[in-house]
Design a protein around this ligand. Structure first.
Ligand code: P5A
Length: 487
């Protein structure tokens, strides 16, 4: 019997044409996130999106819990007095703060946290007495509020960041705080590796570090339109915050010192990156470890064989579940198999198992991969093994191909023209740089690009290149500066 061809349930959308339109289409059609909520920059997570998000949060919690961080939950309100101190940080955030203009009759002056450094520091002051209380490392996954002035974008630039994972740590000295910075970078690498999202790690230039930081290390990924997206940041804050909030500790020798602090954060923007970097014209692919449904079973039914095929589909699902695989049968009777194929491809389910009468007779199934769309035949006896092997292959392929695309987008340029050309082709360029801020800013202006900063841990083998062509007369290069167009 022939498969009935039917209109696709959802139109396909060309990812290469307009990336943000494609992303809105994906969020809507795959029932992940609803952007129709009538407040600028505030959106709704739908049940399927929430399941993806909870799987990502579980990875974040696991990797923080297992590396010495403890989860806390701070209030969303920050009293005005905590936020009115004189500091770089507060000046940096002031214009983005939502104020609570009225709250009952009390007249308390409050604001909604845009990030929690100023909420945490007064509590750290109470918790930290002597050197035995250090290091202190806490994190929370919460909503924070920023009146973003740049154009808001679903999940990417929101005004209520509802999956803000922020970690805050305190240390006896700079050395220990910088060890924590390295640990945080390592934790973030592991989180993004699990999400199969590739990244470049850069130390942001002075003019683009976090308000109040001594330095900022950022993770950026590249989207298919060639623009980069900052998916996480790690800040060494020195004693900038501990001085303002007077957080000191008693040293073994009896003296007192200010603690050194760090903070690092990621948000739902990382989920947007994951959905986009694994996207195509038919939808997305969710990395198997994070997919709410890892295998969808589609019974191919025409007429009388309904009962036998459905029973087989349900028993396959039971076997897969018993093997620890998240499997589901699409039992809907008012939809054809073809319709269901497209529906689950859109949602990014990594594997589809098709079973019909003929398969049943041959005691085998067809397994289709979402990432490559390849089809395999597997016997009933080898089902669990075949599915596990293919899930591992899908994950590996997603990670490898996304990394290949990122790495092939990074080019070195030794002159302004070459840099301009590469940027025009949607590349990330690395140009020799003296490290001088005014020189860096001039390049940003001339190239009409954004500076991501200097590569972390990459050897600065610039060989004293001549920078005359790069707008900085009589300066010798000692760094590479990464530039790209940024979201
Ligand atoms: C680190 C955690 C901080 O706020 N304080 C606590 C520090 N850093 S940050 O760089 O400002 O933000 C951390 C990461 O959050 C993401 N992000 C956003 N995501 C969605 N919408 C926004 N408006 C938004 N602003 C920041 C970025 O990935 C950023 O690196």
């Amino acid at each position: 019997m022939e498969l009935i061809r039917e209109a696709r349930p959802h139109s396909r959308r060309k990812l290469g044409e307009n990336l943000m339109e494609w992303f809105h289409w994906l969020l809507r059609e795959a029932e992940i996130y609803d952007i129709r909520y009538p407040v600028k920059g505030a959106f709704v997570w739908r049940p399927y999106g929430m399941k993806i998000r909870r799987n990502v949060e579980a990875v974040i919690r696991e990797l923080h819990d297992s590396t010495g961080h403890q989860e806390v939950l701070f209030p969303v309100f920050i009293p005005y007095e905590f936020f009115s101190k004189e500091s770089q940080h507060i000046r940096g955030f002031e214009s983005e703060v939502f104020w609570v203009s009225k709250g009952g009759e009390s007249g308390e002056r409050l604001l909604l946290r845009p990030t929690s450094e100023t909420a945490m520091m007064p509590m750290f002051k109470l918790w930290i007495q002597d050197h035995r209380d250090l290091p202190l490392a806490v994190y929370q996954i919460v909503s924070v509020f920023r009146a973003e002035t740049k154009m808001t974008n679903p999940m990417i630039r929101v005004r209520e960041i509802s999956m803000f994972k922020e970690a805050h740590t305190a240390h006896a000295d700079r050395e220990d705080a910088e060890r924590q910075v390295r640990l945080a970078v390592d934790v973030y690498k592991r989180i993004f590796d699990r999400m199969c999202v590739p990244y470049l790690i850069s130390q942001r230039p002075e003019w683009d570090k976090f308000a109040g930081a001594v330095y900022t290390i950022a993770f950026d990924t590249i989207l298919p339109d060639g623009r980069t997206l900052q998916i996480g940041t790690v800040h060494y804050l020195g004693t900038n915050f501990s001085k303002v909030f007077e957080v000191t500790y008693l040293k073994p020798d009896g003296g007192h010192d200010y603690v050194h602090t760090t903070s690092y954060g990621i948000s739902e923007r990382s989920i947007a990156a994951m959905l986009i970097v694994h996207g195509d014209d038919a939808g997305t692919t969710i990395p198997p470890a994070l997919a709410p449904v890892q295998v969808v079973i589609i019974p191919i039914i025409y007429g009388e064989e309904r009962k036998a095929v459905m029973e087989a589909a349900l028993s396959i699902a039971e076997r897969l579940k018993a093997a620890g695989i998240r499997a589901a049968v699409d039992e809907r009777e008012d939809k054809t198999p073809g319709w269901k194929f497209y529906y689950w491809e859109l949602k990014g389910v990594p594997l589809r198992v098709e079973i019909g009468r003929r398969d049943l007779e041959q005691r085998s199934v067809v397994i289709a991969r979402r990432d490559t769309l390849e089809k395999y035949s597997a016997g009933f006896e080898e089902l669990e093994d075949a599915v596990k092997k293919l899930l591992a292959e899908v994950e590996e392929n997603l990670r490898r191909s996304a990394w290949d695309r990122l790495m092939s987008s990074v080019v070195k340029a030794d002159g302004l023209e070459a840099a301009r050309k590469a940027l025009g082709e949607g590349k990330i360029v690395e140009v020799p740089w003296s490290g001088d801020n005014s020189c860096g800013l001039k390049m940003v202006e001339l190239l009409r690009a954004d500076a991501l900063g200097t590569p972390l841990d990459a050897p600065a083998d610039v060989g004293g290149a001549d920078l005359r062509d790069l707008a900085c007369l009589d300066k010798r290069a000692s760094y590479w500066l990464r530039l790209s167009e940024r979201y």
